[in-house]
Design a protein around this ligand. Sequence first.
Ligand code: NAD
Length: 251
Amino acid sequence: MAYTIDLTGRTAVVTGAGRGIGQSIALMLAEAGADIAVTDVKDEFTVETVGKVKALGRKAAGYAMDVSDFAASHAVIDTINAEFGRIDILVNNAGITKDTLIMRMNEEDWDAVLRINLKGAFNCTHAVSRIMMKQRTGRIVNIASIIGLIGNAGQANYAASKAGLIGLTKSSAKELASRGVNVNAVAPGFIQTKMTDVLPEDVKQAMLNLIPQKQFGQPLDVARAVLFLCSDLSAYTTGQVVVVDGGMVMS
Ligand code: NAD
């Protein structure tokens, strides 16, 4: 028997969807049939992804949403719910890095990363949870990182935000399970995007040496795992962390 994933009639909100992993997730969900609310910190960042989703024949609209702003995130999520009529899927993908050793890390670097990567996911989860609980169905996927599992010198703020996101995933999964809402995390390893392009060559080489599959991941690799977690195939899976890293971290 062949299994297919069909998200026709469902609406997905993807944060930080203007490029990189977020764009890939938006396109993968659209290919599976979902309509997509493309959100990013600035309106103009959403244009490319909206065009690509529409080219796939799905409904799409772009929204400026700074996930770190509680009131603004709620206002945008409410607008999306009104304009699309429902929200079935939320992918908390927006994230930043501000890497440096703890000794050199200033308060702004710490606060910015925690505010966007962790509080941002809380803000959007808080905003959609009432909608999904009322519908008695929903999927929330948080894009964490293997760094949240293993830590990394020079990334204390990022590691703390992603470890926190895993805690948020498990807690919201427990709170929302009885209402038909599944919450899971995907923890990517080293994925080739603009976020990792800026790393020095020697750091990239050192990373590569730690990956059993001997290659970096692509946004599509992450998107495939997200698609599974947004589909009916993962109905009995909640509160889990799916690692997509070419075998870099095995627990
Ligand atoms: P990216 O920098 O290419 O994309 C991040 C997106 O988030 C951008 O479109 C950006 O505009 C948006 N964004 C930034 N601040 C925002 C805010 N305040 N509100 C809304 N949107 C905001 O990065 P990426 O590599 O595609 O990363 C996507 C996610 O995957 C991040 O959460 C990142 O931590 C995670 N991740 C990436 C890797 C990797 O190797 N690239 C590995 C593990 C986890």
